[in-house]
Design a protein around this ligand. Structure first.
Ligand SMILES: [Zn+2]
Length: 119
């Protein structure tokens, strides 16, 4: 399923909010570039967690999916490698929950991502 895109008006709202956040970060940092970096990094990390969940729960979900799938990539039917496996969401906004993901190998993930970009 393709991810929802913002309308022109929604995009303008998002950009306005981004400008406000940047302005506030600059105000809070008061010209201290190291502090600005730390504030920006903290906000970016937390927003990424809002979208992708924290590393601990994602690792646990990967382990559960690996067991449920008997260590097999559901796309190429090959054995999943020890690392560089990807939790692929069927519908991204539904998040990283068991019913919405499959654990796939990296080559399959690259193929799936490429196919999605062309839809
Ligand atoms: Zn695969």
């Amino acid at each position: 399923m393709p991810n929802r895109q913002l309308s022109t008006d929604e995009l303008a709202l998002a950009n306005k909010l981004l400008d406000e956040v940047r302005s506030e970060l600059n105000r809070l940092a008061g010209g201290d570039t190291d502090l600005l970096f730390a504030f920006r990094r903290k906000i970016a990390k937390e927003l990424t967690y809002d979208e992708r969940d924290k590393p601990g729960p994602r690792r646990a979900l990967k382990a559960r999916m690996r067991a449920l799938q008997n260590n097999i990539c559901p796309l190429c039917k090959g054995e999943l490698p020890e690392s560089y496996c990807v939790l692929d969401r069927f519908n991204a906004p539904d998040g990283y929950v068991e019913a919405n993901v499959r654990l796939i190998c990296e080559p399959c993930d690259r193929r799936v991502q490429k196919e999605r970009r062309f839809k």
